[in-house]
Design a protein around this ligand. Structure first.
Ligand code: NAD
Length: 447
């Protein structure tokens, strides 16, 4: 639980009410600010107005309801409402991969254009979306042109304030950040951003002020580095399998070294989600634009793709082929505590298994609706209402996401329900000896 405090009155609007925008809006209301969240998706706004939270994120539901009721948080699908009297406007729209791997900036530019079309007073426009170096300047030019079309000269500043929250702990990450990165060009904007994050600064959180381009790069550098750690341990896992070593022990011992630390060293089916895949591709593309070969990151992207292929091969080899096999995949989200399945390795594995002729049943504690209508919509997948229903009469069980629920599964019951014996534990949730004693043919990753 986070305490609500009263901070000097800034009126804030957040453009884009997705994972980042909605969490940012709710948390800024928690600081005591008046916040308007704007989204072009009218259906999403209608749901939010009915206090139906469109995403699964711990704490978010309670916070949004509380701040709507307190009159601090409201939703609109109109730019004119969002811009009316706003002192600070966050851009938190999506920046998906374009076909060449670069970040597709069309939503950011749309937003900047409409901000310029409706701006009525000095505004600090804060880019929270993850955007390539140079986007801050592009946003500035776009707003400037929109104002020029209106034959107006209104002063404004553009700031880069990349977001580092992790889905599954987004509220906590926003309220208790390791650091806040703020790329600014003017003292006026710096003062506004200082006020905005005043409570966090008082709590001793680091605010790193820098220029806009540095701030933009920090976000990509951070994500690419974390993706590199995951890929590094996954490649070591492959080596462990060949030499009979245990990657869990390798990562625990590596992580005990304070120079290395324990996080992002868990072997598995590869990284996924809405950020690491697209941000690594975008960093390679930024490097290309500036004539710098980002060879480490390029290799990480390739190795991560190989990891998923390797996992699928492991499953199909273990079963003597996928054709006609019944396989249960437990977990669809790219990680626990989120319903986000964008570039989830679990979804990729389900698709590969189906492509190879398997019959697949799936279960995820929160991502079923998402995948039914989205990523797995056109595929012949059986959606189960529980893990036990999914595993009934299958030849193999694949654990693809490390949900807490799966750590506590009654594996004796699972064993009694399945027709075959194969257990592919892609998150190393279980001990081999314990599973073998239950009669499973057990496969972990790297041990
Ligand atoms: P999202 O897809 O969940 O949400 C984006 C929202 O923006 C959608 O609701 C969409 O309808 C809305 N939108 C698109 N164009 C719009 C426009 N012109 N005007 C108004 N609304 C518009 O995206 P997300 O996951 O919240 O990511 C947003 C940005 O934050 C991306 O750049 C992402 O890389 C970055 N980011 C994401 C995370 C994460 O964990 N999801 C973490 C850190 C940073």
């Amino acid at each position: 639980m986070f305490e609500s405090v009263v901070t000097p009155m800034l009126r804030i609007s957040v453009i884009g009410a997705g994972y980042v925008g909605l969490v940012s809006g709710a948390c800024l209301s928690q600081f005591g600010f008046q916040v308007t969240c704007m989204d072009s998706d009218k259906e999403k706004v209608a749901r939010l107005r009915r206090t139906e939270i469109p995403i699964y994120e711990p704490e978010l539901d309670r916070m949004v309801k509380e701040h709507i009721a307190a009159g601090r948080l409201r939703f609109t699908s109109e730019y004119c409402e969002a811009m009316d009297g706003a002192d600070v406007v966050f851009i938190a729209v999506g920046t998906p991969s374009d076909v060449d791997g670069s970040a597709d900036l069309r939503y950011v530019i749309q937003a900047a254009n409409l901000i310029g079309a409706h701006m009525g007073q000095y505004t600090v426009v804060v880019d929270k979306s993850t955007v390539p170096v140079g986007t801050g300047q592009l946003v500035k030019q776009t707003i400037f042109s929109a104002l020029k079309n209106r034959e107006l000269t209104i002063p404004f500043d553009v700031v880069s304030n990349p977001e580092f929250l992790r889905e599954g702990s987004a509220v906590k990450d926003f309220m208790e950040p390791d650091r806040i990165v703020v790329g600014v060009e003017s003292d006026r904007a710096r003062t506004v951003m200082g006020t905005l994050y005043g409570q966090l600064a008082e709590e001793g959180r680091d605010i790193i002020f820098c220029d806009i381009e540095t701030a933009e790069l920090i976000k990509y550098a951070s994500n690419a580095y974390l993706a590199t750690r995951i890929t590094f341990i996954n490649e070591l896992a492959l080596l462990c399998e060949e030499i009979g070593a245990d990657v869990s022990k390798v990562s625990a011992a590596m992580g005990a070294d304070h120079r290395i630390g324990p996080n992002y060293l868990m072997a598995g089916p590869g990284y996924g989600g809405s950020c690491f895949p697209k941000d690594t591709r975008a960093l390679v593309s930024i490097g290309r634009d500036y004539g710098v070969n980002m060879s480490v990151v390029e290799t990480v992207i390739r190795a991560n793709d190989n990891q998923r292929r390797h996992i699928v091969k492991r499953i199909t080899n273990g079963l003597g082929g996928a054709k006609g096999r019944n396989i249960a995949v437990l977990g669809l989200a790219f990680k626990p505590d989120t319903d986000d399945v964008r570039e989830s390795p679990a979804v990729g594995i389900v698709k590969d298994l189906i492509y190879r002729g398997a019959q697949v049943s799936v279960y995820d504690p929160v991502s079923m609706e998402n995948t039914k209508s989205g990523a797995l919509a056109q595929l012949n997948v059986s959606f189960a209402d529980s893990a036990m229903t999914a595993v009934r009469d299958v030849d193999a069980v694949v654990i693809a996401t490390e949900w807490e629920e799966f750590k506590h599964l009654d594996m004796e019951k699972v064993r009694s329900l399945i027709r075959g014996t194969h257990l592919f534990d892609l998150r190393n949730l279980f001990e081999r000896t314990a599973m073998e004693s239950l009669g499973f043919t057990y496969y972990g990753v790297g041990r």
